[in-house]
Design a protein around this ligand. Structure first.
Ligand code: IDP
Ligand code: MG
Length: 165
């Protein structure tokens, strides 16, 4: 069967996208889901979850030494709203997902990107997306590692959306 993160550089490539608690609190889940759907990507996993401290710390392990790390973990885990965690599949979805999301600091994000359209604070930038196929592999395993949490399915129009020619 297919690896959890699909196969890099094919139409089965997958990425981990999460609406952070501020995005959920602000009612932006639907708009964010729509942007990925409308682009032609396939939703293969979704859940609302208040992550444990351990999960949030592992998710952001590469930032452990940064001054904002404590606050970041607190904001992700305090339960004032859940995280809406998702896995999206399709051609170049890791790189395209990052481009659709925009720069980390929303003040540097292009206006048409998700962050550029919906937020202004780096500490409340509403959405996460894996920064590489390797990160996607780690993050999908971390958030959706139980058997059956990621669903293989084929939209009726998949071949029309993902055709190579
Ligand atoms: P990314 O989310 O665009 O991949 P990273 O550098 O991986 O950006 O940082 C992860 C998250 O940490 C950011 O999305 C943001 O929520 C938070 N963060 C990054 N830099 C800062 C900062 O300077 N102050 C507060 N929070 C920050
Ligand atoms: Mg990152």
């Amino acid at each position: 069967t297919k690896p959890l993160a699909g196969i890099k550089n094919t139409a089965s490539e997958r990425t981990f996208i999460a609406v952070k608690p501020d995005g959920v609190q602000r009612g932006l889940v639907g708009k964010i889901v729509s942007r990925f759907e409308e682009r032609g990507y396939k939703l293969v996993a979704i859940k609302a979850v208040v992550p444990s401290r351990a999960l949030a710390e592992e998710h952001y392990a590469d930032l452990r030494a940064r001054p904002f790390f404590r606050g970041l973990v607190e904001y992700m885990t305090n339960g004032k709203a859940p995280v809406v965690a998702m896995v999206w599949e399709g051609k170049d979805v890791v790189r395209q997902g990052r481009a659709m999301i925009g720069a980390t600091n929303p003040l540097e994000s292009s206006p048409g990107s998700i962050r550029g359209q919906y937020c202004v604070s780096v500490g409340r930038n509403i959405i996460h997306g894996s920064d590489s196929f390797e990160s996607a592999t780690k993050e999908i395993q971390l958030w959706f590692g139980k058997p059956g949490e990621v669903i293989d399915w084929e939209p009726a129009n998949w071949v029309w959306t993902m055709a190579e020619n």
